[in-house]
Design a protein around this ligand. Structure first.
Ligand SMILES: [Fe+2]
Length: 365
């Protein structure tokens, strides 16, 4: 039940107020001495006379504030004190001012509204708190989900890459190097945040469509016939179709689709030109050229960075985006070395793992 404190030094008035409010169904605490009233707590509403000996109503409300911070305060005042009392109202210390003598209807209605106000404020505070708590919960849940998506995407991509690798050896490490090179280059081109992850994913998967190219074409040792070339050149579209079905890989799938396009429009599948090719695919083209020159091939050793720099500068504006080439030229050699070393370490670790697997399988047979 709502606890209402009533204070008036005039005992007759106090009794009348108490009776009226008890009839309204409230738990009424009454005091004729403000000093005693000041010790009360657990109040929903305080109704006090203004003019009292020793302590006036505004002072009493001030004294009660610490123990009853949310109590709704009402001041009873005779017309003569109206000016002082209304200052208290204007200072927002008092919810409502009641005149003396009061009308019964005005008194009971004002107290009812004060009690309602008390509950509204309380409910509002509780809801605000609950909303904040729910929000924090949702934020945490979202972070967890995002983390899960990243984790599963990484797992899925690793699976796709090794599926391709099992048919076309060497693809995996080339793809991993190029994806990190492309990311570094995109960073130099001003790309930030999630967009960098997308570009890295697209570059990693660039040749995934080769899964759809027949072995007789993909693994053919000699030169390809025109028909075989036509099939080989389908791989960006195969890759795109594979990935575009996964909504979170859609952006990356555009890089896959466009990774064989050229700045001058002489690439495939669509002969896109200039900036109509997505930035990730333009950065990829530079990174891919760089990797092709500097990596060891079955038939030759990788050539030094200087050769790659010259070749990339030569292709700026024809095969390659000149801005991406300029960005490439700005990146220090140590950055490329670091990426290469990182992928080499991954390769060694993988070789160790499959070596262990193999010896375990032999030991068991
Ligand atoms: Fe390709």
């Amino acid at each position: 039940m709502d606890r209402i404190l009533v204070v008036d030094d005039d005992v007759l008035i106090l009794q009348a107020l108490t009776r009226i409010l008890e009839n309204e169904g409230y738990d009424v605490v009454s005091h004729s001495e403000p000093e005693l009233a000041a010790r009360e707590e657990g109040l929903s509403v305080i109704l006090t006379d203004y003019m009292m000996p020793g302590m006036n109503g505004v002072e009493l409300l001030g004294a009660l504030a610490a123990r009853n911070p949310k109590a709704v305060r009402m001041l009873l005042t005779a017309a003569a004190d109206f000016k002082v009392a209304s200052k208290a109202v204007n200072d927002a210390q008092v919810y409502r001012l009641l005149g003396k003598p009061w009308s019964l209807g005005e008194l009971t209605q004002s107290v009812r509204q004060a009690v309602e106000h008390f509950h509204l404020v309380e409910a509002n505070e509780r809801l605000t708190f609950e909303v904040a708590a729910k929000n924090a919960e949702l934020t945490a849940m979202n972070m967890h989900l995002e983390h899960l998506v990243v984790e599963r995407t990484t797992g899925l991509l690793d699976g796709l890459i090794s599926a391709l690798d099992s048919r076309d050896a060497e693809t995996q490490w080339h793809s991993r190097r190029v994806s990190l090179y492309t990311r570094r280059l995109a960073e130099e081109l001003g790309v930030r945040g999630r967009e960098l992850d997308v570009i890295e994913q697209g570059a990693l998967l660039h040749d995934i469509g080769k899964i759809g190219v027949r072995d007789s074409v993909l693994l053919k040792p000699g030169p390809l016939s025109p028909e075989e070339w036509a099939e080989m050149r389908m791989h960006p579209e195969y890759g795109y179709r594979l990935l575009a079905r996964m909504p979170y890989l859609h952006e990356a799938s555009l890089i896959v689709l466009q990774h064989q396009e050229r700045w001058d429009g002489k690439g495939y599948p669509d002969g896109l030109r200039g900036e109509s090719i997505v930035l990730g695919a333009r950065a990829f083209a530079v990174a891919d050229t760089f990797d092709a020159i500097t990596s060891d091939r079955p038939y030759r050793k990788g050539r030094p960075l200087k050769v790659a720099r010259e070749e990339i500068a030569r292709c700026a504006g024809t095969q390659l985006d000149p801005k991406a080439c300029a960005a490439f030229a700005r990146i220090p050699e140590a950055d490329w070395e670091r990426i290469r070393a990182r992928v080499e370490a991954m390769e060694l670790e993988e070789a160790g793992r499959s070596g262990l697997l193999r010896s375990a399988a032999q030991g068991g047979s």
